[in-house]
Design a protein around this ligand. Structure first.
Ligand SMILES: [Zn+2]
Ligand SMILES: [Zn+2]
Length: 248
């Protein structure tokens, strides 16, 4: 059988499957409405956006505005402050999983618009000169086909009117996955893994780093250090989620 014929039969099979099984929400498995894609509006509405007071350092919800939470008193975060869209619960975890491991780029765009709107409503992003997504190692980016943090950053660019730069910094070392490492091991794992390739564009600039998840802060700390060493004036960060209880 020719390759073209096999391909045509596969496409026909896929079309028949699509016809027989209505598309369902990737998170709650409910059937999707005609206007919905990948995730239903019910699941989108479950995102717990952090709109109230939050820790000045890590962005976790806090009762006391502009103070530092218990976790942050005992750790060194090099960036000025973090703004987090949501606590790392089942909903945001499911969305980020679809974005990172299921190729659903549109989720990154929508989450980026939400994160951009949050920063815009804070009203203190006016001094930012640029948005820099945390770079992936080139080999990992090749595997995935895109940098999920860059998708989020570009959606924020549109909302905030602040330019995204993906050409200033690279990840020079492909680091081991961090999920099973503690805070100290994570810091060691990523130390020196980032390099500023264009210091003249960084010097004197106020930079917002964007990552998908802020965990211990080790990765963003390493990026921040590289940017400060290159002469950046200030570095802050924004992320989609932060598992506050794991951040100790
Ligand atoms: Zn759903
Ligand atoms: Zn904190």
């Amino acid at each position: 059988m020719s390759r073209d014929l096999i391909r045509a039969l596969r496409a026909l099979g896929g079309a028949l499957l699509d016809f027989g099984v209505p598309p369902h929400c990737s998170l709650c498995k409910a059937p999707l409405e005609e206007h919905e894609r990948v995730v239903c509006e019910g699941c989108w509405s479950k995102i717990q956006v952090i709109t109230g007071p939050y820790c000045a350092a890590c962005g976790s919800p806090s009762d006391v505005p502009a103070s530092t939470c218990n976790h942050c008193e005992n750790r060194t975060l090099r960036f000025d402050r973090a703004r987090i869209l949501s606590p790392f619960d089942e909903t945001i975890q499911g969305l980020i999983h679809q974005l990172k491991y299921r190729g659903k780029r549109s989720i990154g765009q929508r989450l980026g618009i939400m994160l951009g709107a949050l920063l815009a409503s804070d009203g203190d992003s006016g001094d930012l000169d640029m948005i820099v997504p945390v770079p992936l190692h080139p080999s990992r980016k090749k595997e995935r086909g895109y940098n999920q943090s860059a998708l989020v950053a570009y959606a924020m660019e549109a909302r905030l009117g602040i330019r995204v730069r993906t050409d200033l910094m690279t990840r020079t070392r492909r680091t081991a996955t961090q999920t099973k490492l503690n805070a100290e091991e994570r810091a060691k794992n990523v130390a020196g893994a980032f390099q500023v390739t264009c210091p003249e564009s960084v010097r004197g600039q106020e930079i917002l780093l964007v990552d998908d998840v802020l965990t211990t802060g080790a990765t963003v700390n390493a990026c921040t250090q590289a940017l400060l060493d290159a002469g950046a004036k200030r570095v802050s960060m924004a992320a989609l989620a932060h598992p506050f209880s794991e951040a100790r």
